[in-house]
Write a protein that binds this ligand. Structure first.
Ligand SMILES: CC(C)(COP(=O)(O)OP(=O)(O)OC[C@H]1O[C@@H](n2cnc3c(N)ncnc32)[C@H](O)[C@@H]1OP(=O)(O)O)[C@@H](O)C(=O)NCCC(=O)NCCS
Length: 171
């Protein structure tokens, strides 16, 4: 079987990444988000999934958030966007990208990862809307989920979460 390799984004990937994101989301908004996060210097890391026979088929991006309470700041990162070519979905590629990304963020000592997405997909990695209720952010609701890579880091206090400007352009 052609098992996908997950690796860090490198020079020369960007045109194909834009193609994947465009096909997965069916528009330009998330393509622009990826580009704007890089331009803004907010990108923490990006990974791609590569198949021997098909080349790059998936992509995930993580960007820096400003998460703070009055007297404390935590290392917080947003997961967005995540995209797999429609013809390669439901083969574990999206899950592989999330898992590889989270493993890398743990090495970077990131304390919390935040995502806006379908709980049916993200709950399997430990994301939950419950801790996200402690976050004051431009997003809310059941799709707004958090994963404490450092368990208990949020405690019981409220946190203000500032997003990179690139997110404000999303409808
Ligand atoms: C969401 C997405 C990245 C998942 O990628 P994928 O490679 O198909 O995911 P996987 O094969 O690892 O799927 C793992 C599981 O999630 C489920 N799943 C996939 N997409 C899902 C979705 N949108 N909602 C709910 N469950 C989903 C699969 O059924 C599978 O479940 P199973 O293991 O019980 O069969 C992909 O469908 C995609 O690119 N969608 C369009 C863009 C998008 O919505 N991105 C996420 C925005 S936050």
């Amino acid at each position: 079987m052609d098992v996908p390799l997950v690796r860090a984004r490198r020079g020369g990937d960007d045109e194909r990444i834009a193609f994947i994101v465009r096909r997965a989301f069916g528009g330009e908004a998330e393509v622009n988000l990826v580009a704007d996060l890089r331009t803004e210097g907010a990108s923490v890391c990006e990974f791609v999934a590569e198949r021997e026979a098909s080349g790059l088929v998936g992509h995930i991006a993580f960007s820096r958030l400003d998460a703070r309470s009055p007297d404390k700041r935590i290392e917080a990162v947003a997961l967005a966007p995540l995209a797999v070519l429609p013809t390669h979905q439901r083969h574990g590629i999206g899950s592989g990208l999330v898992e590889s990304g989270l493993a890398h963020l743990r090495e970077l000592k990131v304390e919390i990862v935040i995502v806006l997405g379908d709980p049916a997909f993200y709950s399997r990695f430990g994301f939950s809307a419950l801790p996200a209720r402690l976050l004051h952010a431009p997003y809310s609701g059941e799709g707004f989920q958090a994963l404490e890579l450092r368990p208990g880091i949020l405690g019981k206090r409220m946190w203000h979460v500032g997003y990179p400007a690139a997110f404000a352009k999303l409808a």
